[in-house]
Design a protein around this ligand. Sequence first.
Ligand code: 13P
Length: 279
Amino acid sequence: MLTPFAELLAGRDDGAVGAFTCYDLEAAVAVLDAAATRGSGVILLIGGKVFAGERGPLLLAAMVAVAERSDARACVQLDHCQDLGAIAAALEQGAGAVMADGSELPFEQNIAFVHRAVELARACGAGVECELGGIRGDEDVARAVAAGALTDPGQADALMERSGADCLAVSIGNVHGTYRDPPRLDWERLAAIRACVEQPLSLHGASGLPEPMIERALEAGIAKVNINTELRRAYLVATSAALPHVLDGADITALHDAQIRALREVAVDKLGALEGALR
Ligand code: 13P
């Protein structure tokens, strides 16, 4: 059932809500099924570049329709978007949240951009996440990258205060895709951000982070964790393993079933890890 972004993030003192990137209906079905099985709330992400493509608005509408019909409490979020027109379009299609990513803009422009996104979102009852610092790495193609600019705690406070956003994506050594070096998160920085910012914090780039590191991040106050690459890999491995068996009968249903099983397994695992002390 569709659930407000703020409600999914609230009361996550000892756990976090999982946010999973979906590229098709199979992914949305699998993630929602995993969340319903675990009794967890969940966020379905549609990437900014995917939404900007020809089929993006259709996929978003389909994700909202599947979330609406699910027993799991769910919200669909447009992820990493730098374009107010696309943010308005996603909200119109039923997105319950957007990530207004102004992290590459000069600080004051980032605030103004996020503030405008908040105005658009509020008119639809939707939530807004923003970013400060630079979480490096391509969001759709895994390449090994090193961490980008880290989030400044004082600026984070000002960004949240002046923009009115609901959630802040922190850059504390996390990257999208593949970690070039063994991941190291800046715990002191996270504690300083937590001390300054009262709104929920999100951790992007969770693929490739060992479970104890994710647990520590939850203890340090992370309320939302974004996962993509590990799902994509599971989907592709399952597709490749299923192909020899389904080609003979040209059985697309069996292929989709294999993809859903693989995605569901990863999502169930991750949701379990995000339960934190509640486990
Ligand atoms: P990963 O692909 O590294 O899991 O990152 C996902 C993400 O942060 C989406 O915003």
